[in-house]
Design a protein around this ligand. Structure first.
Ligand code: ASP
Ligand code: MG
Length: 781
């Protein structure tokens, strides 16, 4: 025997019911009619019945129009699903039920109150109507099927609204009923009755439970829960876009995961199936061929955890004070008082110092929990042995679940690393020794970021989406965006890395899209964006979006932008930049940026500050990290100056070499920016700092090779005229060098704790003697 159960969303319209009937017919054939099918009410009907009862109890005659809508819905279903020859009979049965419903609700209207008992009776019409209609519809399609009211079978206590099943009586009744029946039973979910035949319900979502109770009583070979999702997902797909269905789960894992997050299955459902070791499969009626999730005694999966769930709204209570240490019975009084006031405790944590106990409750109970605890411990609080209870009402719980955690070290390490790296502050932690669930309490504002970061860490084994906030779209920024676009496919395949540009800004405009700006048309997007450039606004939005793995990419040369770095790093956002300003300013700032990044576990990367695309800085860092001491650095750090001194010679004057550099686009628009040595000085300072020297900008001696008049010339052209007049000067220096067999090079040097840049001579033995320019193509255009 196999039990199938279909939820309301699978039968929300007659068309959907047709699809479900196809599934039932196929299953009946495959299982030689040894099936039974449980149905919920049509989608939304239970809610409508509750609404109707409320209206009636509030003495609002609106209940009449609500009733009419409900009636029409069921009549329409009969018309759509039942073959003409049976339609009248079925319509009559349905109408009789609806009349009874109407009378009951009218009674509620008259007495202006609806007890839990009456509400259960009213709700029972939902399942009775849907199962009646579908049983007839299945019969109409040739199946030997009949309606089965579960009320006489499922015996419960009188706890209306969420009645408990009396398994002994229920099993007996179910077995007796099924022994007598040949036809396939089409069973109402959700409802049962007391020993005195009063209708009860098993709790919202309880049709799943009916299927499980039925399956357990009949020792079914399997229970299929047909829903509208692909199974139990690794996380709530509304919050974690990359969530995917787990192919298998153990009963214990399914129970843990069903308690919070995406409610795929009614939590109590697992127990009866687990007791009888009946496999439960969660399937999607919208995609009947998808395998879904199999819940059984064992699960297999390459992942150490099976799911990440969350409870968005909890309140965290902290009870602390010196008066708790070594006092026996403290916890018992604490939880006793909460129990007496029927306050449910969701999570508990006590530090071994016994100085504090932390617990989570529903935010609605937070106030009364605080009050009753403070009342219970009034004397201790008065004597200052215990502090008044502090309450954080804006917290959430995220939990990782999986039985495999038991045998795998490093899970909590990965969990806390993922949270820490993303700047999520953990407020409390709980892990039982069953090691099935590690729960952490985080600020509510961080719950989505936490879920996504954990999902990446556990299910995408290092694969991650990096969210980029790019400022500056000039030559460098534009080239970067082109590179990202060109490399995205190979980064994804080769490294599991998805680079997503979430924000773009230049001096005019900025644009945000948390799903990623399409890089093929970023320029148009930015142009069309209504948002004006605003550095503060950009940084603020970046922080507020609170996305995991956020990276700020500064492609500007702006001083103002670098002023924001520290705040950005403090917000656990990494920074990548070619902008040299932050690293070549005051040393204290250079230090602070590194310390902040280190403290927050984020990266501050600036490889292109020196040596463009060549790995100079990282190589230097590797050398010092492995214990090497850098004795001396000599470098020609400017491509422009390198070109100029390579070409300037006997047949080419200095000024001509500079002109050529300019016309080749190798120099700054005003070549004096290169010739002043300022930029080279900055690069040298950064190199010196990377080797461990705490130098200030003023410590770098930079030789400005230009004569005073050239420096003061008002325009670039005037400058060139002055430079021509100075050609003799440069030629003289060159000739002197030549006479010694040397060449001129503009060399930066770090040695003996000092740094300087000057025009120097290099002899034939010096590597710079034959220095030539290396051209590489940065990326295909
Ligand atoms: N119809 C009931 C409800 O909406 C039971 C169920 O759907 O499982 O809660
Ligand atoms: Mg330059």
């Amino acid at each position: 025997m196999k039990i199938l159960k279909f939820g309301g969303s699978s039968i929300s319209t007659p068309e959907r019911v047709q699809g479900v009937m196809d599934i039932v017919l196929r299953s009946a054939k495959r299982n030689r009619n040894l099936i039974s099918v449980v149905f919920s009410a049509f989608g939304g009907v239970t809610d409508a019945l509750i609404g109707l009862s409320r209206e009636a109890a509030g003495h609002s005659s609106d209940y009449r129009s609500s009733f009419t809508a409900l009636k029409k819905r069921h009549s329409d279903a009969v018309r759509a699903l039942i073959p003409p020859e049976r339609r009248e009979t079925v319509q009559a049965a349905v109408s009789a039920m609806l009349d009874e419903l109407k009378d009951t609700v009218h009674g509620v209207y008259l007495v202006k109150e609806c007890s839990a008992k009456t509400l259960d009776f009213i709700m029972s019409f939902g399942e009775r109507l849907s199962a009646t209609i579908i049983a007839e519809a299945l019969a109409g399609r040739g199946l030997n099927a009949e309606f089965c009211d579960s009320r006489p079978l499922v015996r419960t206590d009188g706890n209306f609204g969420s009645a408990r099943v009396d398994f002994e009586a229920t099993n007996r009744r179910i077995r007796a009923h099924f022994a007598k029946r040949k036809a396939i039973q089409i069973v109402t979910g959700f409802i049962g009755s007391t020993a005195s035949n009063e209708t009860t319900t098993l709790g919202r979502g309880g049709s799943d439970y009916t299927a499980s109770v039925l399956g357990a009583a009949l020792a079914a070979s399997g229970i299929e829960i047909w829903t509208d999702v692909d199974g139990v997902m690794t996380a709530d797909p509304r919050k974690v876009e990359k969530a995917f269905p787990m192919p298998s789960l153990t009963y214990a894992e399914a129970m843990e995961l069903s308690h919070f997050g995406a409610k795929v299955i009614y939590p109590p459902t697992i127990q009866p199936a687990m007791d009888r070791r009946i496999p439960v499969r969660i399937l999607n009626s919208f995609r009947p061929d998808f395998e879904g999730t199999l819940i059984g005694r064992r699960s297999c999966s390459p992942y150490p955890v099976r799911g990440i769930s969350s409870m968005d709204d909890i309140a965290l209570l902290l009870i602390e004070g010196g008066g708790m240490f070594g006092v026996v019975g403290f916890a018992s009084r604490l939880f006793g008082v909460l129990a007496r006031h029927r306050i449910n405790v969701i999570l508990i944590s006590q530090a071994s110092s016994e100085h504090s106990i932390c617990l989570a409750v529903d935010p609605h109970s937070a106030r009364s929990a605080k009050a009753v605890i403070e009342e219970e411990f009034g004397l201790e609080i008065h004597a200052k042995k215990i502090e008044p209870v502090s309450v954080d009402p804006h917290a959430s719980i995220v939990a990782v679940v999986g039985e495999n955690m038991k045998r795998t070290p490093g899970i909590s390490g990965r969990l806390f690393q993922a949270l820490g790296q993303n700047g999520v502050n953990v407020l409390a932690i709980a892990q039982g020794s069953s090691e099935l669930n590690i729960s952490v309490v985080v600020p509510k504002t961080d719950v989505s970021k936490s879920l996504n970061a954990l999902h990446d860490a556990f299910f995408l084994s290092g694969a991650r989406t990096v969210n980029l906030f790019v400022l500056g779209t000039g030559l460098i920024g534009g080239t970067l965006l082109r590179q990202i676009l060109g490399q995205s496919e190979s980064l994804r395949r080769g490294r599991g890395l998805e680079l997503r540009v979430v924000a773009l800004g230049d001096i005019r405009k900025m644009a945000f899209d948390r799903n990623g700006i399409a890089l093929g048309s970023w320029r148009e997007t930015l142009d069309a964006s209504p948002e004006r450039a605003d550095l503060e606004g950009f940084v603020h939005r970046m922080k507020a979006l609170n996305l995991p793995h956020s990276v700020f990419v500064d492609c500007t040369g702006s001083e103002d932008v670098t002023a924001a770095y520290e705040g950005i790093l403090k917000h656990s956002i990494s920074i990548v930049t070619p902008n040299k300003i932050a690293n070549s300013g005051p040393y204290a700032r250079y230090r602070r940026l590194r310390d902040t990044a280190l403290g927050r576990g984020v990266r501050f990367l600036y490889e292109t500050n020196v040596g463009a695309g060549l790995p100079v800085i990282s190589t230097l860092n590797d050398l010092t990290a492995s214990g090497d001491t850098v004795l001396k650095i000599e470098a020609v750090l400017s491509g422009t100056l390198s070109y100029i001194f390579n070409t300037f010679g006997r047949d080419r004057s200095f000024s001509r070499a500079v002109r050529e550099a300019k016309s080749l686009g190798l120099s700054e628009p005003d070549p004096r920016d290169d010739l002043s040595g300022r930029d080279v000085g900055r690069k040298l300072l950064i190199l010196a700092r990377e080797t461990g020297l705490a130098l200030e900008p003023s410590d770098v001696a930079v030789e400005n090779i230009l004569p005073e008049k050239c420096r003061r010339a008002p325009t670039v052209e005037a400058f060139f005229r002055e430079l021509e007049k100075s050609d003799g000067l440069f030629e003289e220096r060159r000739r002197q060098a030549e006479s010694r067999g040397n060449v001129l090079r503009y060399i930066g040097t770090v040695a003996d704790g000092r740094a300087g840049v000057s025009l120097s001579e290099a002899g034939p033995d010096h590597p710079f003697f034959s220095l030539c320019l290396l051209y590489t193509s940065p990326s295909p255009r």
